[in-house]
Design a binder for this molecule. Structure first.
Ligand code: 13P
Length: 255
């Protein structure tokens, strides 16, 4: 992590957990814990809890994120949520292309690209997720898989359009919810690769400013060593973000 260039971002992806009451309760607790925090913090509750949680975190150091969006502003798209609706209730981030969406809900590199474009158009910061499966890693395809995901996901954007806004999250699929964390060497190796890829596809300035988060079984007891890797600028936390207490100790990792 290089805090002079990139402010760390610790993000909690609540996935399909928590009723409105539970979400509001957790958000209230978090607000108390994080009054004077020196990293960026984001939580992404399920859609039903977004607006009530927005009220809780308004004016605090906690930012609000959505877990997904559709790329149209409005229309006959039953079941979908638009970037306009998300901006309207105070969302600042949108997680896009999470492996669970790619795996279960048909997200592709092409739809991810459209979603990133829609997010940027509405001043939502895309947290663009990439990652290889266990089979792909074993077949030594990690770098080619990531190259394809990044290249297609960011196709057609200029460096300027991404400069203020882009966050990439590296989430090896085999480390999500499994308790298996990638080793710090594996994480650093991939993060350095992703940064060099951004430099190759765009430029050095964007490569230096893009925040690259690690996600996959991040816990209070492994966050510090992960965050200490030079190319890790934050964490995208699933299970361990559901408890305000546990998530708070991740947020307060030792620099
Ligand atoms: P876990 O932290 O539960 O492994 O989930 C990671 C993740 O998918 C965050 O988006």
């Amino acid at each position: 992590m290089n805090p002079t260039l990139r402010k760390p971002l610790i993000a909690g992806n609540w996935k399909m957990y928590k009723t409105v009451r539970e979400a509001v309760e957790t958000a209230r607790e978090l607000v108390q814990f994080t009054a004077a925090v020196n990293v960026d913090v984001m939580i992404a509750p399920p859609f039903t809890a977004l607006a009530p949680v927005a009220d809780v975190v308004k004016g605090t150091s906690i930012a609000l994120g959505a877990q997904n969006l559709f790329w149209k502003n409005e229309g006959a798209y039953t079941g979908e949520i638009s970037p306009v609706m998300l901006s309207d209730i105070g969302c600042q981030y949108a997680i896009i292309g999470h492996s669970e969406r790619r795996q279960y809900f048909g997200d592709t590199d092409e739809s991810v690209n459209a979603k990133i474009r829609a997010a940027l158009e509405h001043q939502l910061i895309p947290v663009f997720c990439v990652g290889e499966t266990e089979t792909q890693r074993e077949a030594k395809e990690t770098f080619s898989v990531l190259d394809k995901q990044v290249t297609k996901g960011l196709e057609g954007f200029s460096s300027e359009s991404l400069s203020r806004l882009l966050v990439i999250a590296y989430e090896p699929v085999w480390a999500i919810g499994t308790g298996k964390t990638a080793t710090t060497d594996q994480v650093q190796e991939v993060h350095a690769f992703l940064r060099s890829l951004v430099e190759k596809r765009f430029d050095n300035l964007l490569a230096k400013s893009v925040r690259i988060l690690y996600g996959g079984s991040v816990k209070p007891d492994n966050v510090t060593e992960i965050m200490n890797m030079p190319d890790v600028d934050g964490a995208l936390v699933g299970g361990a973000s559901l408890s305000a207490k546990v998530f708070n100790s991740i947020i307060h990792f030792h620099h």
